[in-house]
Design a protein around this ligand. Structure first.
Ligand code: AMP
Length: 198
């Protein structure tokens, strides 16, 4: 995505995590999205880092689209004050709509759900189904173990280095948004090494 980025999708924990730095980063990111005149797209809940990033973006005057499955409305407390809360039928619909409404993805610290969402858009990028950037905001080195894993998958021949680069890393929210605004996807169409059968 270059130049005309508008919707920024944030994947993040439904929990706040054990350190205040995580919520601080979510808040700063929400404010930065608003300050740049961008929209926030997120999971639609009020809990954990989700609620923090949404409240900060709203506070800064951003349009906020929340996308929440009906069965999570109670558990994740559907946010009543977002610009638009899209209540969808399934987790699959949620991810599809979040991706559709946005031009790039920022991944804050989180758990299984956050990883699942991030890796789905990474694999879609690898397959060339979209050309949007995916940046992990590495709050206090939270994602360093993940990047070790990705470098390991490259070293062992399971991920092409050009595709490993699709998973990008930022130290600050401002840097994450800069990276997304300037992102150009790698021009690689193959992700499987074909080995001739003997
Ligand atoms: P977590 O990182 O586990 O705290 O989850 C973060 C968010 O991801 C929560 O809003 C979860 O409901 C959501 N989530 C978890 N699994 C999925 C999935 N398969 N599809 C869409 N959203 C999911």
């Amino acid at each position: 995505m270059t130049g005309n980025m508008k919707g920024v999708c944030v994947f993040c924990g439904a929990n706040p995590g054990n350190r205040p730095e995580y919520a601080d980063a979510a808040r700063t990111l929400g404010h930065a999205i608003a300050a740049r005149g961008l929209n926030l797209v997120y999971g639609g809940g009020k809990v954990g880092l989700m609620g923090v990033v949404a409240d900060a973006a709203l506070e800064g005057g951003a349009r906020v689209d929340g996308v929440i499955p009906e069965n999570l409305m109670n558990r994740e407390l559907g946010h009543g004050s977002v610009t638009q809360l899209h209540v969808v039928g399934s987790m699959h619909e949620r991810k599809a709509m979040m991706a559709e409404l946005s031009d790039g993805f920022v991944v804050l610290p989180g758990g299984f759900g956050t990883l699942e969402e991030a890796f789905e858009v990474l694999t879609w990028g690898q397959l060339g189904l979209h050309r949007k950037g995916v940046v992990f905001l590495d709050v206090d080195g939270f994602w360093s173990r993940l990047f070790d894993m990705i470098r390991g998958m490259e070293a062992e021949g399971f991920v092409r280095p050009e595709h490993g680069m699709i998973a990008m890393r930022a130290d600050t929210p401002e840097q994450a948004l800069d990276i997304l605004a300037n992102y150009r996807p790698p021009e690689v169409t193959r992700w499987i090494e074909r080995v001739a059968q003997a």
